[in-house]
Design a protein around this ligand. Sequence first.
Ligand code: FMN
Length: 372
Amino acid sequence: MNRDAPFDFSALLRTPLTEALGCRYPIVQTAMGWVADANLVIATTRAGGFGFLAGATIEAHRLEGEIRNVIAATGGTNFGLNFHMFQENAAQCVDLAIQYKLRAVSYGRGPDKKTIARFKQAGVLCIPTVGALKHAVKAVELGADMITIQGGEGGGHTGGVPTTILLPQVLDAVKVPVIAAGGYSTGRGLAAALAAGAAGIAMGTRFLMSTDAPTPRATLERYVAVDDPQKIRVTLAVDGMRHRMIDNPFIRRLEAAGPLGRLAIALKSAWAWKAQTGMSVGHMLGVLRQAIREDAGAVSQTVMSANQPVLLQRSMVEGRPDEGILPSGQVAAAIGELQSCDELIRGVAVEAEACFARLYSRLDAPVTSTAA
Ligand SMILES: Cc1cc2nc3c(=O)[nH]c(=O)nc-3n(C[C@H](O)[C@H](O)[C@H](O)COP(=O)(O)O)c2cc1C
């Protein structure tokens, strides 16, 4: 290497992720229910990142319009769609991603091999998010083109393994590019992930805490105010799965309620969700009868899980942060202000380059190595 020539550190930000996804920076804006709408994805794309639309909460009749909005504003299909196979309109999400030849799809519990083969045929990259090593290996066996690992400090549904442990484990175990998620908000984090071998980082909470997110001010203020990572905790009370969110009166009430109390809370929100989904009264009463006869705890979980869009909607759309859930990564406690997607993406890139430059400058200092 010619050490006298100026070194272009931005070259280190070109990775298999930027190559495959066609974006300038190896920075992904993940899908977040009621948050990752067309405007957020447009702002991310324009700033040089790669954004995913939250297909799990965009109503079926609006989904195609949202996709078209991003295409019209960005002039291309370099963005992705997130969905879950258990959602009612999963087939619609699959069909639209293929029809519009979106660059990528992301998902948790994923599609089968046949559906993945359809994506591949259309050139849509499959990028599942996993929270454990065995799930990463399985996802690659099923045909994933890249993997996003999410460490336990990440927001929303999350595993129990920290990013610093999960990332190297998965990098050792798979051959596809790996994107690191869970706890990222800075250029230092991006530089560290790239140095470890990741192809880039993905961030949820940092993009939620942006001026481009549609989230009401009253709710965003809760995210900005929280400064103790311990107050952004995991609860099983919502749907029986590990779900990381900001502590608030709603989840405390949910946790304190017994199985029947939880069922009552779940049914109350089901009533609100019914108006949007067309769930029939007969169906709701059937669930209640079954609960009383069988296991009230398990049924309340099922109802609650189906109701998550409503619990999220109260805080994320209606601006009532104490009456719904506030999914968040622990990193919210380290973020003190809202930034635009442009500011935050550029800031992360510039800081990562500065990290590389600092490391590089150390080569000029006399080094005594203790390594063998
Ligand atoms: C408010 C919020 C909503 C989320 N909703 C979804 C979702 O609908 N689908 C999904 O796959 N992940 C969802 N997640 C998880 C994120 O996509 C992402 O994986 C996670 O936030 C990464 O960790 P970080 O918050 O530390 O950046 C959500 C996270 C948050 C904070």
